[in-house]
Ligand binder design. Structure first.
Ligand code: PMV
Length: 340
C-alpha cells in the first residue's frame, strides 16, 4: 500500500464530557459559535471509538453505529460534518464511518460530544489533515458544540470567543484528570429514559428566542464560571457542589420556560435531585451536588469518603436503574492500525 492510500483510514477514541457550566444558545448556528463560555469534566470509563475510511469506490457516505447501519438523521449529521473535513482537505471521496459507544446514545450522556470528537479525530487523520489539539477542538465544534471540549481530558473550558469566523472559539484544558483525586461523578442511569426528540442545537435556539429567563442567565454565567474555575483550582468542595447545583437549576429554568417547554427529566430524575438536596439538608453541609444535560440521566458529584453513602441513597430511588462511579477521564487520542 502506498503512503497515500494508508492515510485514508484512521481511528480515534474520545470520552464524553459533562458540562458543569452549560453551553446553551448560539450567536452563529452555522459555525456553532456559542453565546457563552462553558466548563466541563471529561468522563473516564465511557468512550466512543470511531473509524473512518475514505474510499473512491463509495457512492455515498455510510455510517455504522454500534454495528448497525444508521438512519437518515445521524447519517445526515455525519455527512454534513464530513463535508467540512472534505472541504478543508480538498477531498471528494465518500467515507465509511464505523462508530461504537460503551454507553447509551442520545439520552443525556453526551454521546454527541464523544461522537463528534472521535469523528473529528478519525476523519481529519484519514483525510491527511494534521491538526493540533486546538485545531481539532475547532473542527469537532462544527459537529456538536460540546464535542469541542471532549478533545481534552480532565477539566476543560470552551471559550466563546468574539470573532465572526470562529478562529478564537475552541476549548482548552484547565486542570488534568488527576487534579482533584477524591472527586467522583456518580452517573445515575434512569430506567426508561426517553431518547431526545429535538436536537440540542434546535432546542437551545428555541430557548434564546422564547425564554424570558435567558437574558438573565447570560448575565449570570460568566461570574458563575469564574467562581467554579476558582472552586476547582482551590479544590473547595462546598463551593464546587453549591455552584454545580445553582448552574444546573438555572439551566433547567431556561429550558422549562422555553415555548414549547423543554422537559428533559422523568419523575425518577426529579426524585434524584430531591434526594441530593435532602442528603445535604440532613448533613447540614453540601455532601453531593447534581447536574444533568439535555437528558434524563443525572450526574451526582461527591467525594471519595462519601461515595458509599450517596450511592446507596441514589440506588434506593425508584426508577434508578444503576449508579456508576466515575472519575475524570483522558484526552481524545488516535487508535493504532486502520480498523480493517
Ligand atoms: O453540543 P450539543 O449540541 O449536544 O449541546 C450540548 C448542550 C448541553 O449538553 C445541554 C450543555 C453542554 O454544554 O454540554
Amino acid at each position: 500500500m502506498s503512503d497515500r492510500s494508508q492515510s485514508r483510514a484512521a481511528g480515534y477514541e474520545a470520552a464524553p464530557n459533562i458540562a458543569l457550566v452549560k453551553y446553551w444558545g448560539m450567536r452563529d448556528a452555522q459555525l456553532v459559535l456559542p453565546n457563552n463560555s462553558s466548563l466541563s469534566m471529561t468522563v473516564g470509563g465511557l468512550r466512543t471509538r470511531t473509524w473512518v475510511r475514505f474510499d473512491r469506490g463509495l457512492g455515498a457516505d455510510r455510517l455504522w453505529l454500534n454495528d448497525r447501519l444508521a438512519g437518515d438523521g445521524p447519517l445526515q449529521s455525519a455527512t454534513e460534518f464530513l463535508d467540512v473535513v472534505r472541504e478543508e482537505a480538498g477531498l471528494r471521496e465518500f467515507a465509511e464511518v464505523r462508530s461504537s459507544n460503551n454507553f447509551p446514545i442520545a439520552s443525556g450522556l453526551a454521546s454527541s460530544a464523544s461522537g463528534f470528537a472521535a469523528l473529528a479525530g478519525a476523519a481529519s487523520r484519514a483525510a491527511g489533515l494534521d491538526l493540533t489539539p486546538r485545531g481539532l477542538s475547532r473542527l469537532a465544534r462544527r459537529g456538536s458544540g460540546s464535542a469541542s471540549r471532549s478533545i481534552f481530558g480532565g477539566f476543560v473550558e470552551w471559550q466563546a470567543g468574539h470573532r465572526s469566523d470562529g478562529e478564537d472559539c475552541y476549548a482548552r484544558p484547565l486542570f488534568p484528570p488527576d487534579h482533584w483525586p477524591e472527586l467522583r461523578d456518580l452517573v445515575t442511569i434512569i430506567a426508561d429514559a426517553p431518547e431526545k426528540s429535538v436536537r440540542s442545537a434546535r432546542a437551545m435556539q428555541d430557548t434564546v428566542r422564547t425564554s424570558p429567563a435567558y437574558a438573565e442567565r447570560l448575565r449570570s454565567v460568566p461570574g458563575r464560571l469564574a467562581a467554579l474555575r476558582r472552586a476547582l483550582r482551590t479544590r473547595n468542595p462546598d463551593q464546587f457542589l453549591e455552584l454545580l447545583i445553582q448552574e444546573c437549576d438555572d439551566f433547567r429554568r431556561v429550558c422549562e420556560t422555553t415555548v414549547p417547554s423543554l422537559d428533559y427529566l422523568t419523575p425518577a430524575s426529579r426524585a434524584v435531585l430531591a434526594a441530593v438536596l435532602e442528603l445535604n439538608r440532613q448533613a447540614g453541609r453540601p455532601v453531593a451536588g447534581y447536574t444533568h444535560d439535555a437528558g434524563a440521566h443525572v450526574h451526582v458529584f461527591t467525594f471519595a469518603p462519601e461515595v458509599r453513602r450517596v450511592q446507596a441513597r441514589l440506588r434506593a430511588v425508584p426508577g434508578v436503574e444503576s449508579v456508576r462511579v466515575l472519575s475524570p477521564g483522558p484526552a481524545a487520542h488516535p487508535l493504532p492500525g486502520t480498523g480493517a
